[in-house]
Design a protein around this ligand. Structure first.
Ligand SMILES: Cc1cc2nc3c(=O)[nH]c(=O)nc-3n(C[C@H](O)[C@H](O)[C@H](O)COP(=O)(O)OP(=O)(O)OC[C@H]3O[C@@H](n4cnc5c(N)ncnc54)[C@H](O)[C@@H]3O)c2cc1C
Length: 327
C-alpha cells in the first residue's frame, strides 16, 4: 500500500484520512495538541467554550448521511436555541431553531465529533510540519528542527492557504492556485459567570457592530451548568486589530458587548481571548480541492468553497475520492 501524509487534523484532513484509510497507510501531522482545527473547544474549570465554529446546518444529502451515525451515537446533537438579531441595539427578530432547519453542534463539546472521527487514524499531534520536500519519488516531511518525520508517496495539505503556501513554495503551480484566496481573521472572547445572566436569547447576531456573534455556549446540549458566553468580533475588525495587545482586545470586546446588551459583562469571573488569524473565507468559485497526479500532491480545506464546516467536509471527501482513483 502507498504511504500518505496529511498535514492538519481539521475536519477536511480527518475526512480525507478516513476515506483513504482502506486504500493506503495514512499518517496525519497536526501542530496542536488536539484534533478538529477550527472546530475547537477550550475549557477552564467548569467553563467550556466552543471558541471556533458555533454550529452547522447541513445542506447536501452526502453530508446529512455522513452525520447520521454520529447523531445516533450522540456525538452530534441539535441545538434548539432561541435566536435573535440585534439592530440598533434592539432585538429585532426572534426565532426558535427547531427540526425544520436543524442547527447541529458536537456534544458534549463542539470538538467531540472531530475526536470521534479521529479514532483509528494515526495522528502525530504536537507536530508542526515546517517543510515538505520532493526527493526522488517521495515527499520528505520535516519538523521545525529540520528533523525528518518520514518519507511518503503522497502528501495532502489541509491547512489554510497561507500556511499551505509556506509549506509548498517550490512549485509555481501551487503558488498560482494559492495566492488568490485570503482568509479573514476573527477574535473570540470567552466569559464565564458565577450566576446565570438570564439573557432572553441563546444566540444573537448583532448587525452593524464590531461584534458579530454572541452565544450562551452553556445553552448547547450536554454542556455543564456553568454559565458561559462566547463572543466573536467581525472579521473586518479582527483584520484591523490582529496585532493589538490581547488584553486591550478583550477589554474592547467586553465593553462593546456590554453596550449592545445593556448589561455590564465585566462581572465575569473568567475572561479569555483567542485570535484566529485564518478564521473564515467568503464563497469561492472553482475547484473544491487541488490534485496534482504528476507530483502526487493534493490540497483541501474549507477555503476552496467557503468558511464552513460542510465545505471542509466536502473538500476533504472529494479530494480523497479523486485520489482513490489515482492510487
Ligand atoms: C471563529 C470561527 C467561527 C466559525 N463559525 C462557524 C460556524 O458557526 N459554522 C460553520 O460551519 N463554520 C464555522 N467556522 C468555520 C469552520 O470552523 C471551518 O470551515 C472548518 O473547521 C475548517 O476545517 P479545515 O479542515 O478546512 O481547516 P482547519 O480546521 O483550519 O484545519 C487545519 C489544521 O491544520 C493544522 N496545521 C496548520 N499548519 C500546520 C502545520 N504546519 N503543521 C501541522 N499542522 C498544521 C491546524 O492546526 C489545523 O488543525 C468558524 C471558524 C472560526 C475560526
Amino acid at each position: 500500500m502507498k504511504n500518505i501524509a496529511i498535514i492538519g487534523a481539521g475536519l477536511s484532513g480527518l475526512i480525507a484520512a478516513r476515506q483513504l484509510g482502506n486504500a493506503a497507510n495514512v499518517t496525519i501531522f497536526e501542530k496542536s495538541k488536539g484534533v478538529g482545527g477550527r472546530i475547537a473547544t477550550r475549557r477552564s474549570g467548569l467553563y467550556s467554550f466552543d471558541h471556533g465554529a458555533q454550529f452547522f446546518t447541513p445542506k447536501t444529502e452526502l453530508f446529512k448521511d455522513f452525520l447520521k451515525p454520529m447523531i445516533l451515537e450522540g456525538h452530534i446533537k441539535r441545538w434548539d436555541g432561541d435566536f435573535v438579531e440585534i439592530i440598533n441595539r434592539e432585538f429585532s427578530f426572534k426565532h426558535k431553531w427547531d427540526a425544520s432547519l436543524p442547527h447541529y453542534v458536537g456534544a458534549p463539546s463542539m470538538n467531540s465529533f472531530a475526536k470521534r472521527l479521529s479514532v483509528g487514524t494515526d495522528i502525530r499531534q504536537n507536530t508542526l510540519v515546517n517543510s515538505i520536500v520532493r526527493k526522488n519519488e517521495y515527499w520528505q516531511i520535516y519538523d521545525i528542527n529540520q528533523r525528518l518525520l518520514g518519507e511518503y508517496d503522497w502528501v495532502i495539505v489541509s491547512t489554510p492557504p497561507e500556511q499551505a503556501l509556506q509549506l509548498l513554495p517550490q512549485f509555481p503551480t501551487f503558488c498560482s492556485e494559492l495566492v488568490t484566496p485570503k482568509m479573514k481573521a476573527c477574535f473570540s472572547i470567552m466569559l464565564g459567570f458565577d450566576a446565570d445572566l438570564s439573557l432572553s436569547f441563546d444566540a444573537a447576531l448583532p448587525l452593524g457592530e464590531d461584534i458579530s456573534w454572541i452565544s450562551v455556549d452553556s445553552s448547547k446540549p450536554d454542556r455543564g451548568q456553568a454559565h458561559c458566553l462566547l463572543i466573536h468580533s467581525t472579521n473586518d475588525w479582527a483584520d484591523q486589530h490582529l496585532e493589538d495587545d490581547r488584553n486591550k482586545v478583550l477589554e474592547y470586546m467586553i465593553e462593546e458587548t456590554s453596550n449592545i446588551l445593556d448589561r455590564d459583562l465585566n462581572c465575569a469571573s473568567h475572561k479569555d481571548v483567542h485570535g484566529w488569524r485564518f478564521a473564515n473565507i467568503e464563497r469561492q468559485v472553482g475547484k473544491n480541492y487541488f490534485l496534482d497526479t504528476t507530483h502526487n500532491v493534493a490540497l483541501c480545506g474549507d477555503w476552496f468553497i467557503k468558511g464552513r464546516i460542510e465545505a471542509a467536509f466536502t473538500s476533504g471527501y472529494e479530494v480523497a475520492r479523486a485520489m482513490e482513483t489515482a492510487l
